[in-house]
Each structure stands twice: as C-alpha cells, then as structure tokens.
Design a protein around this ligand. Structure first.
Ligand code: AMP
Length: 129
C-alpha cells in the first residue's frame, strides 16, 4: 500500500485492534467494508467514527488502493449512519484529520461524524501560518 509521505500502515494502531476484536467498541454498523462506532471521547452530542476495514492511513492511499466497491461501501456507511442517527434534518459535520497538520492521532483513515448541536466555526481562528 502507498501512504503518500505518511508512515507505513501500523497494524498495532487502535482502530486495527478494534477491527480485530482485541479491544471493545460501541458499534453502530458493520459490514464487509466498514465499521462505525462511537468515539471514546465525544466532542459533540453525536460523535461517531467510520473506518474502512482495509489497512489505509490516509484519504489518498485509501482512494488509490481500495477497490471501488470498498470505497463506495465506506461512504455509503458514512451517509447511512448519519441518516440513521436522525441528523439529516438538523445537519451534521463530516471531518477527516490527515497527517501532522491535520492533527491525526490514529493512523488508520477515518471520518468523524459530529452532530446534535450547532458546531460553530469549521476551523478555529489562529494567528500565524
Ligand atoms: P484523529 O485525531 O482524527 O486521529 O481522531 C482519533 C479519534 O479516535 C479521537 O477522537 C479519539 O477520541 C478516538 N479514539 C481513540 N481511541 C478510541 C477507542 N478505543 N474507541 C473509540 N474512539 C477512540
């Protein structure tokens, strides 16, 4: 797998361990391609993570290396979980942190779903570059 400048996939990362069933997660949905579960430290009334099942660090290597079926299945789960949580009417936010500037803590590609309150600015204002 290519990781486009990010470190190679680390099979010991916490989401890989969740996928192998080595540590528990509060699962919302699972199929052959993806898993959705509640974030352990929620930053909004709804805070869910959706991860593809393959060993991908970033959006770039996921979309370059995964099958079209896996990519479609992943995004279908993202949208379906948001809908099933009742977020369509009130709205919600999808977010993916990639690499150092993105603040990615877990090196397994994932999308956050935030909802349940007004979420404020998309990116905090900071001074400097
Ligand atoms: P990111 O900065 O995008 O890599 O975010 C990683 C997210 O994973 C954070 O929001 C963490 O709270 C969350 N997280 C870390 N460990 C777990 C876990 N065991 N179960 C559920 N969520 C987790």
């Amino acid at each position: 797998m290519q990781t486009n400048g990010l470190p190679p996939y680390d099979d010991g990362n916490i989401f890989a361990r969740i996928l192998r069933g080595e540590i528990p997660a509060k699962k919302l949905a699972e199929d052959a391609h993806a898993l959705a579960f509640h974030d352990i430290a929620p930053q909004a009334p709804v805070h869910v993570l959706v991860i593809p099942k393959g060993p991908w660090v970033s959006a770039a290597d996921f979309h370059a290396g995964a099958s079209a079926e896996a990519i479609a299945g992943f995004w279908r789960m993202v949208a379906g979980v948001a809908r099933d949580l009742g977020l369509e009417e009130s709205g919600y936010r999808l977010l993916s942190n990639i690499g150092a500037d993105g603040g990615q803590e877990v090196p397994h590609f994932h999308v956050h779903i935030f909802g349940g309150r007004r979420l404020g600015r998309m990116v905090p204002l900071v001074s400097g570059p």
